[in-house]
Design a protein around this ligand. Structure first.
Ligand SMILES: [Fe+2]
Ligand SMILES: [Fe+2]
Length: 239
C-alpha cells in the first residue's frame, strides 16, 4: 500500500485514508476499468500506472476513484482522436483529483509547505486548490516530472487562457466523462469528438452559467478563458 510521505506530517490525513481504505469495494483488476477505450500502445511505464491506480483505490472514495478512471478513459480517447499525446493525457487524468478529498486544513498545509500563492477566490473556496497542489504530490509520491502534465492538472477546474492541448483534453474530459450525471456532459462529449476547442468553450460556459445560477463567484481564470475562447472564435469582433 502506497503511503503518504511521512515527512509531510499528514497524520490526520493518514487516518482519513485508512478509513477510506476500509470502504473500498472496487475490483483490483485495472483492466476492467480500461475496457471502453483500451489503448493500443503503452508508453507510460505499466508499473507507474499500476502504482497510481492502486494509490487511487486506497486513498480515494470509490465514487471519486471511478470518476478519475473514467476521466482517464475519456481523456485518452480524445487525445487519440485529436492526435494529442495519450501518455501525458493519461497521467494528467489519473492524477488530476488525487488530492480532491483532502480537508481544507490539509490543502492549506500542503499549499503552505510548497509556498503556493493562494488567490482571493481560492481563499474563499479552498477546494479550488486541489488541482494546484496535486502536481507537488505527483512528483513526491510517483516521481512524475512533466510540466505539461502538471499544467493540465493545475488548470482542470477553472480553465485558463493558455491551455495546452493536453490541458484542454483534461478540462473537457473531466467535465464530460460518461459517468457525469448532467445533460451537458453528453453535449460536450459529442462536440469534443469533432472539435476540442468548441467543447472547451462549452465547458467554460456551462461552469460560468452554473455559478451565476447559484449566485457563486466566478474565478477570473474562467472569465479570461471564456473571453479568450470567444474572441478566438469570432476574431475579436464585438458582440
Ligand atoms: Fe478536480
Ligand atoms: Fe475530476
Amino acid at each position: 500500500m502506497a503511503k503518504y510521505n511521512p515527512a509531510l506530517g499528514q497524520a490526520k490525513l493518514k487516518t482519513i485514508h485508512a478509513v477510506r481504505f476500509c470502504r473500498l469495494t472496487l475490483p483490483p483488476n485495472r483492466a476492467s476499468f480500461r475496457k471502453p477505450f483500451a489503448k493500443t500502445k503503452m508508453a507510460n511505464a505499466p508499473e507507474l500506472i499500476e502504482k497510481i491506480e492502486t494509490h487511487l483505490r486506497e486513498h480515494l472514495t470509490p465514487y471519486r476513484c471511478t470518476h478519475v478512471l473514467s476521466v482517464r478513459d475519456q481523456a485518452m480517447s480524445l487525445a487519440k482522436r485529436h492526435g494529442i499525446n495519450e501518455d501525458q493525457a493519461e497521467l494528467a487524468a489519473l492524477l488530476h483529483d488525487c488530492l480532491k478529498e483532502l480537508s481544507n486544513d490539509d490543502l492549506l498545509a500542503f499549499a503552505a509547505r510548497h509556498r503556493l500563492e493562494i488567490d482571493p477566490h481560492e481563499q474563499k473556496n479552498l477546494s479550488l486548490l486541489h488541482g494546484k497542489v496535486a502536481p507537488f504530490y505527483a512528483k513526491e509520491e510517483f516521481g512524475v516530472n512533466d510540466e505539461i502534465v502538471f499544467d493540465a492538472m493545475r488548470k482542470h477546474t477553472t480553465g485558463a487562457v493558455e491551455m495546452s492541448s493536453v490541458a484542454m483534453v483534461l478540462f473537457v474530459a473531466d467535465f464530460c466523462e460518461p459517468l457525469r450525471p448532467y445533460a451537458e456532459a453528453l453535449t460536450v462529449r459529442t462536440l469534443a469528438e469533432r472539435d476540442l476547442e468548441i467543447a472547451a468553450l462549452e465547458v467554460v460556459q456551462c461552469k460560468i452559467r452554473k455559478s451565476l445560477v447559484k449566485h457563486r463567484t466566478i474565478h477570473p481564470d474562467s472569465f479570461h478563458a471564456y473571453n479568450f475562447m470567444v474572441e478566438k472564435r469570432t476574431g475579436g469582433s464585438p458582440s
